[in-house]
Design a protein around this ligand. Structure first.
Ligand SMILES: Nc1ncnc2c1ncn2[C@@H]1O[C@H](COP(=O)(O)OP(=O)(O)OP(=O)(O)O)[C@@H](O)[C@H]1O
Ligand SMILES: [Mg+2]
Length: 251
């Protein structure tokens, strides 16, 4: 019989497909709930969430402020843990993974983009972009090459040495997108990526997501704006911590 070694159980290298052969859904949440505890007070931010997202899908998550969208993204991105339910990520039960596995997944398989960019202000654009590769122990020269490539891809080849404070909001968000892309993650999670951008910069960032989707990446994008959600092929609406609707985007 085939031998299984611990090495075989390690996550696939960056850029490799998540699952070969019969594709398991990338994201499979069943009966998931999240309760926050603040002192003696409990708040049920998500309840009874059933959500499957297959490889290559482009899904928008919409809902009013406080409905649980970011909570859901934090669970999907393994940034927080479920209170109840089961989460299979590319077929692996997240509850069975230890902190090292989870860090590896967050670093190599998922690219995050946040509304507030989360760039380090003292670092040049390319230094910000190379960070996930530093954590992934990629050698220096290769890191620089890939960071430059990623910045060129988002149209910032002329801003490599600029710090975030020396760039416009739209440019900073494109640096953040380059950082999300540099490790070639299979899954991109974006929480209000255009929330702080003017319409031209929004269009640039959304155009990049459209390209990534065309290249087979799985994209989950949280937004308040229907115009932004229209880029996705499927729209999931969340209200009061529950999924209210889950529909193919007719466009
Ligand atoms: N760490 C926390 N501790 C306690 N309650 C929290 C915590 N994080 C979020 N909540 C609560 O959970 C609910 C959902 O929050 P969440 O951030 O997921 O909303 P959201 O849909 O992303 O809203 P927005 O559109 O304003 O970003 C809110 O009522 C919020 O106050
Ligand atoms: Mg939010």
């Amino acid at each position: 019989m085939a031998e299984t070694t611990t090495a075989d159980a390690r996550p696939a290298p960056a850029g490799a497909p998540w699952s070969e052969g019969v594709a398991a859904p990338v994201i499979d949440l069943a009966g998931v709930g999240k309760t926050y505890r603040t002192g003696a007070i409990e708040y049920e931010a998500l309840r009874d969430i059933h959500l499957r997202i297959d490889e290559g899908e482009y899904v928008a998550i919409m809902g009013p402020s406080g409905s649980g969208k970011s909570t859901l993204m934090n669970l999907i991105g393994c940034l927080d843990t479920l209170t109840v339910g089961r989460y299979l990520l590319a077929g692996d039960d997240v509850a069975d993974l230890d902190e090292v596995d989870l860090a590896e997944i967050r670093n190599r398989r998922i690219g995050f983009v946040f509304q507030q960019f989360h760039l380090l202000p003292s670092l040049a654009a390319w230094r910000n972009v190379e960070l996930p590769l530093v954590y992934g122990h990629v050698p220096g020269p290769e890191r620089r090459r890939r960071a430059v490539e990623a910045l060129e891809r988002v149209g910032l080849g002329s801003k490599l040495a600029n710090r975030p404070g020396e760039m416009s909001g739209g440019q900073q968000q494109r640096v953040a997108v380059a950082r999300a892309l540099v490790g070639e993650p299979a899954l991109i999670l974006a929480d209000e990526p255009t929330g702080n951008l003017d319409s031209t910069s929004s269009a640039d960032v959304l155009g990049l997501f459209d390209e990534l989707h065309a290249q087979g990446r799985t994209i989950v994008l949280i937004t308040h704006e229907l115009e932004v959600a229209q880029h996705a092929r499927r729209i999931v609406r969340v209200r009061d911590g529950r999924i209210q609707s889950d529909e193919v985007n007719p466009r």
